[in-house]
Design a protein around this ligand. Sequence first.
Ligand code: GDP
Ligand code: MG
Length: 423
Amino acid sequence: MSPRVLLVGVADSNRARWEKVDSLDELGSLTQTAGGDVVEKLVQVRQKLDPATLVGKGMVGRLKKIRREYRVDLLIFDEELSPTQLRNLEEGIGIRVIDRAALILDIFALHAHTAEAKIQVELAQLEYRQSRLTGLGVEMSRLGGGIGTRGPGETQLEVDRRRIQQRIVALRRALRRIDRERTTQRRRRANLFRVVLVGYTNAGKSTLFNRLTKAGIKVSDQLFATLDPNTKALDLGRYVRIVLTDTVGFIRSLPHQLIASFRATLSEVREADFLLHVADSTDVQVDRRIDVVNDTLQEVGANSKPTLMVFSKIDRVFDDAVLSRLRRGYSKAVFVSGRTGTGVEKLKSTMQDLIELQMVTRVFTVPESKWDLISLVCRSGQVVTDEVRDGKRRIVVRGFQPVLGRVRKEINQALRRKSQLIS
Ligand SMILES: Nc1nc2c(ncn2[C@@H]2O[C@H](COP(=O)(O)OP(=O)(O)O)[C@@H](O)[C@H]2O)c(=O)[nH]1
Ligand SMILES: [Mg+2]
């Protein structure tokens, strides 16, 4: 049976109240994704937060009453709670309490299927828990159907701190290995132009990915269904070799432990040559969510990349005013439906035009004997001329600036390694 969950948020003014109501709706979707049943949502307007319990004393009493009336199993706060606040609230209300960050961590744990995702989630969970283990015992952690306590890291809440610390060290080591593997994989793809889909969770990225690459990856109405990056060739109908990557979505208040431990996964975003920022055109909060994505991109270190805005799900927009408002606000954006395919050809041609702006011509000089390097150069773009001079191949290539930059780096490194071997 699903645990019965009560959602609580605090707004500092009547105006902020509406934002909070929307945020609680989102918290409701997150709760459902985690397997909970939302029985009630509450917003308290309060200018000054109570340091001990966030909400006031009166509210704590009210929550206790609601808890009994609605037979609530778990209380989820939209705000970040300190360990002391968590403890005080749990004692005052007599029920397990978690915050938004713990809930998001829980969903990540639920959706982590590969070794890489599992390690990253476990690390984030341990770091989160290490800083805020609450005082309540094992009996409490079983209430609430396990929401906020699940995951690969779940042995017991009260694992001794030293063992947690040892585990964290081991996980960090495993992550460094994964990071190195990803870097090696990317080096093998040095001569491919990298396009990465980014956007708020549930924006329609995976659906668009499937449409563009004819892949069959999982699409679902759950939040954070995609945790592991998927990469496939993207055919824009020219000689350029492009790969498209679909990866984890963003959300407001993404726990920073997750951003830190998902470094390997997010490196796909950081190392992208071009971003497609997908936003849901049916979402009334679309502008705010675009801002959240842009802020997160900045946090990840990927904010200054060439980016094309893509508004998705236009098959579900029945009010023309919505689209014209978005067209006015985002004049360079493309409008598509990943589901029906509308606008996808236009998206491809716009992408092609933007990518072509980065076309450059470069000269590579490689010893004739280095077949692997010569083949790397020849596959990195359009070969304009290719001649032999003094035992060296002089190849002129027209291709994308970031790709040719990477190929140049690879060649320099390989030649340097070789000269070190000789000397
Ligand atoms: N009507 C409609 N629904 C869509 C479209 N694209 C995605 N969806 C739905 O939106 C939800 C999230 O889609 P998904 O591609 O998994 O989003 P992601 O989290 O950004 O990868 C799913 O229920 C999809 O079926 C679209 O173009 N039209
Ligand atoms: Mg997805």
